[in-house]
Design a protein. Structure first.
Length: 264
């Protein structure tokens, strides 16, 4: 039997930060769905700065196994901002029928590296602990992220299919991590303003407050993200860019995926 997954993250102070701003009431439920290791904390923390803390879902990170216990997050009579990694399934489709749905994805090439760093970090304890502490080469670990490990971890194609692709084509608002991160670094530009106003409209934030840039800066501060690269203790050295061999393996494992998501 595989070991349970344990993630050790420090608590943030964003509820206190959000409470310093005047918040317009959320008029309908809003769900941030994401592929794991796609920058969930970045987008989640930005959106939290536009919602009163008492309108954020205070319970679990919503996933398919705990969906039934968290259906209240999607109630129209008590609108909440919630987030999770919710697989596409019949029960999930029914639950999100009338919910504003933001779907966050990441370039699979970069995702392989981000997931690898997280899996070998001290902050993560899971079924692949055998690869930590130099027990497997960096290249072998990257391949495990692409192809998975039998009975221990799903492969890239399955994760992207059920967490991402299967949700597309039904009114979700797609956010690419790389575009989000790029505009966060250039908030004063017209392109960034257009980008965030489109995102805020998809979230139902109306009107957009004049201090939206300040809110985004606070939410995007990487000190609030326990899974940011610099906040992880990693004992394996990985390259900054996925090696060409592993890029070819991603394309072999999930042909057409990057094009579907807008990366090729």
């Amino acid at each position: 039997m595989s070991s349970p997954v344990v993630i050790r993250l420090q608590a943030d102070t964003l509820n206190e930060e959000a409470a310093k701003f005047a918040q317009a009431p959320l008029r309908g439920p809003l769900f941030l769905n994401s592929i794991p290791k796609s920058g969930t904390h970045l987008l989640r923390n930005i959106l939290r700065m536009f919602v009163a803390p008492d309108q954020t879902w205070p319970r679990e990170f919503i996933q398919l196994p705990n969906l039934a216990a968290n259906r209240g997050a999607f109630a129209r009579e008590t609108p909440r901002l919630s987030w999770g990694h919710l697989l596409f399934a019949d029960d999930a489709a029914v639950a999100l029928r009338d919910v504003r749905h933001i779907l966050l994805v990441r370039d699979p090439y970069d995702w392989v590296l981000a997931r690898a760093r997280f899996f070998v970090s001290d902050e993560f304890n899971g079924p692949l602990n055998t690869i930590k502490n130099g027990n497997a080469s960096a290249e072998a670990i990257l391949n495990l992220m692409i192809f998975g490990a039998i009975d221990k971890s799903p492969d890239l194609k399955d994760i992207y299919t059920l967490n991402g692709a299967a949700w597309m084509g039904q009114g979700v608002h797609l956010v690419r991590y790389e575009e989000l991160a790029g505009h966060v670094k250039a908030l004063e530009t017209p392109a960034a303003e257009a980008y965030f106003r489109t995102l805020f409209a998809a979230c139902g934030f109306d009107p957009v407050p004049d201090d939206w840039r300040e809110r985004v800066r606070i939410g995007a501060d990487r000190k609030h993200s326990g899974t940011a690269r610099e906040n992880l203790t990693v004992g394996v050295e990985f390259p900054d860019e996925l090696p060409e061999a592993q890029k070819r393996l991603v394309d072999y494992a999930a042909p057409g995926l990057r094009a579907l998501l807008g990366y090729a």
